[in-house]
Every structure is written in structure tokens, then in C-alpha cells.
Design a protein. Sequence first.
Length: 178
Amino acid sequence: MKKSKVILSAIVLASAAFGAHAADISNPSTALTWDSDNAAFFGQLFGPKNAGNEFTDMYTFTTSMVGTLTGDVYSIGGNDKNGLAINDFSLFDTSGKLLGATQLSSGNVDNWNFSYANLAAGSYYVQVKGSVLGNGSGKYNADLALAPVPEPETYAMMLGGLGLLAFTARRRKQKDQA
């Protein structure tokens, strides 16, 4: 009898452990738009009473130019037990290939970033994964910035200007020596 109570208690505890998993509070995929400075800003606010819940938010975008894409995400909490824990901030191409992500800090301030040089024209998505730590509200803010690669004509003009400066400096030096 005592053995059956122990087994029954173990079954009840195991089923409670498996039944108590975090809820998925992910937001629907969102399309980003670029502003006039080739930047996009986004973020999410999670209401109270979500402690332990997890999210995976996806932001899609398309670019028609080649450039260097940089991205940052921040989550600021009162301490490392409140707010959000950002577990991943990554850039992917449409085939799902990971292009980059780096965690800079964790705790009171979670900060992730990436920089991807020579991003080709096309469609991509950024993914933010994390979990809510406390029962208060939590928020993350993120941004993307796309810097275009200079055209070859820009480099040619710069070299031409440097050549003109060198020619002028040489003429002045020769004139001063004479």
C-alpha cells in the first residue's frame, strides 16, 4: 500500500512538471519599412503576469541595394530578475540561413547586435527570441540600419581629388625651393 502511494505521488508530480511549461506569447510576423535614412525601428511590449512565458518574434524586410546591415536590440529591466531575457537576435536570409548575431551584455541590460557586410538585394528576416522574467511588464527595442556600398565612381572621384591635392602640394614645394 505504501509503495503504491509513492508511485502514485511520483506520477502526479511528473505529470505536473510536464504540464507546467511556458506559454508561447510570440507576436505575428511583422514587415518592416525603411525610413529616409535607411533605418527601421521596432520593438514589443509584453504586459504583466507573463513570467516564464517565451516569445519568438520575426520581422521581415526587403532591400533593393547592396550594403552593410547593422542591427541592435535592447531590453532594460530593473535588475536581472525583471523585464525580459533576450536569448537570441539573429539575421536570416529567406532560405533560413543564419547570417549573424552576437550577445554583448546580459542581466540588467540585455544587448545583442550584428553587422553583416555586403548584404545583397533581396528578402531577409530578423528574429528576436526571449522570455519574460518577472510579473511586471517587459519591453525590447530594436533597430536596423543599412549603409549602401559606395559606387566605383565615388572612389574614382576621391582618388582624383587626392591626386589634385598631391599635385598642388608638389608645385608649391617646387615654387618655395626656387
